[in-house]
Write a protein that binds this ligand. Sequence first.
Ligand code: 5GP
Length: 212
Amino acid sequence: MSSNADADPRGLLFVVSAPSATGKTTVVEQLVQVLPGLLMSRSYTSRPPRSGEEDGLDYNFISREAFEAMVARDAFLEWADVFGHYYGTGRDETQARLTAGEDLVLVIDVQGARQVRDRLPQTVAVFMLPPSFAVLEQRLRKRSKDPEPEMARRLETARREVDAVALYDYVVVNDLLERCVAELAGIVVAERARLARRHESIQPIIATFRKK
Ligand code: 5GP
């Protein structure tokens, strides 16, 4: 493991996980629209693009071989095999953005979230739940172009994934998109206001209270 990813970063790192079809990508896309200084990370995957998906926009789509080569040279902050395909977060680009003071959101599965927390314990982890399993199933069937066995697999995985909720700092329920975005934004804003993070920037204000 490289020590690079463990350097004290200036930006905040958020991880959002949720069962497939909870709507986490839509929520986080809206979140970064409303919160300046917050960026969504773009993952690498060996999964083929779905129709409408674009390389370099939705994901960096690469071959299994190229992914394995990146694993071999420790190019990922985290990576996982999800539904038979590889997914991973680039280590150097993540570190560069944090060092530049940008706050970053990773939308990744629970295996990846665990790895990020091990490497960067200051990570703020948020779990997103759908209103119920039945709603998740409806959403998955509505949006998915995947074949039936693939959908069944995603639903079975979802049953297990919710057990990981205990590992997260926050939990939000995606019942209404706008409400869920607002709640997530509230979490980011609150984390930005922690004393430890503001300690330096408030010193000039505190100084004005000192007697000359
Ligand atoms: P999908 O194929 O539906 O785009 O994504 C499948 C799952 O992979 C989702 O749970 C998604 O959050 C997760 N995922 C996407 N990118 C990454 C990543 O970089 N790392 C990990 N660990 N999971 C990811």
